[in-house]
Design a protein around this ligand. Structure first.
Ligand code: AMP
Ligand code: TRP
Length: 319
């Protein structure tokens, strides 16, 4: 299957992103033809600070590479290195009824949150459709908030195919329903906007601070503790196999240990799990040329596919 996903270069990744999306992406590389890119054009809709966007794109690339995106298995590039995307975006715009975009929830939500109602933000789904359709994508793995965008891409593809014949593959959104929501330090869904995250690439000091802020109840140290409703346990579980989980449950039920002990254990689990990725992340960020080289290699492969698609269209549109 041809699977494509765009990754927003928006700040620090947390363990909710990892267990909710990134881990599946890394695993999927073995069975699918994965196309993954850092969506820096899309990021421009929320900030036009060039230096920040450059830094965030570099950091995002380093993060995904160090967590296991393998540029030899997957095509991995920086969106703006394949300019055909913007060209296709303009052509697709001619096939996009205003009403289709006016119904987009994501646009309405962003306006409600105070973002400027710019044309860029409004036409964001057409750019996303170009990303998807340029590469003959079959499957787009997405969070629930992005399903509508994939449907818009499909609608646009149908319109073009109706007019010009079978140019585009019809994409399908795939929501991973099995993935459980990862809770944050306050017990609500872990999310940057709630400031309750535990960040993958946090320094030791910040990691410690984030873990110590996990909300627990006030059961006394010597008392048995309720692991089922404990936020520390819920997060630790993500890193444990069945017998390790059982061992931790026993420690809770036995009493004699406080939440501080369990938080220390969680700190060890997280540090160990991401230790190699963290070292690789730091290494890559101190060798940005290496990141550029990898992204250029990906862009070259992506461009080949993009040009094939564009060749089919140039004639039709008179270019
Ligand atoms: P976001 O940056 O919030 O759009 O999240 C990017 C991806 O990470 C989405 O596909 C979500 O499915 C996943 N994700 C984010 N937060 C969580 C969470 N707390 N639990 C599980 N998955 C999450
Ligand atoms: N809009 C997506 C998000 O906010 C990112 C994205 C851009 C994307 N282009 C894409 C996702 C193409 C899937 C396919 O997360």
């Amino acid at each position: 299957m041809r699977v494509l996903t765009g990754l927003q270069p928006s700040g620090d990744l947390h363990i909710g992103n990892y267990f909710g999306a990134i881990k599946q992406m890394i695993e999927a590389q073995n069975e699918n033809e994965m196309f993954m890119f850092i969506a820096n054009y899309h990021a421009m809709t929320s900030s036009q600070d060039g230096e920040k966007l450059k830094q965030n794109s570099l950091k995002a690339a380093a993060a995904f590479l160090s967590l296991g995106i393998d540029p030899n298995k997957s095509v991995f590039w920086l969106q703006s290195d394949v300019k055909e995307i913007v060209e296709l975006y303009w052509i697709l715009s001619q096939f996009t009824p205003m009403g289709l975009l006016e119904r987009a929830h994501s646009y309405k939500d962003k306006i409600a949150k105070g973002l400027n109602a710019s044309h860029g933000l409004f036409s964001y789904p057409v750019l996303m459709a170009a990303d998807i359709l340029l590469f003959n994508t079959q499957i787009v793995p997405v969070g629930k908030d992005q399903i509508q965008h994939v449907e818009i891409a499909r609608d646009i593809a149908l319109k073009v195919n109706n007019e010009w014949g079978e140019i585009f593959t019809l994409p399908q959104a795939k929501v991973n329903e099995e993935v459980a929501v990862v809770v944050g330090t306050d017990g609500a869904k872990m999310s940057k906007s709630y400031q309750n995250t535990i960040d993958i690439f946090a320094t030791e000091k910040i990691l410690k601070k984030q873990i110590s802020s996990i909300v627990t109840n006030s059961t006394a140290l010597e008392e048995p503790k309720d692991w089922q409703n404990c936020n520390v346990f819920k997060i630790a579980k993500l890193f444990l196999n069945e017998s390790e989980q059982k061992a931790l449950q026993d420690r809770y039920e036995k009493g004699g240990e406080g939440y501080g002990h369990f938080k220390m254990y969680l700190n060890e689990l997280i540090s160990t799990y991401f230790n190699d990725a963290k070292k690789e992340y730091e290494r890559l960020l101190s060798n940005p040329h290496e990141i550029d080289d990898v992204l250029q290699m990906g862009a070259k492969k992506a461009k080949e596919q993009a040009q094939k698609t564009m060749q089919k269209i140039y004639d039709k549109i008179g270019l």
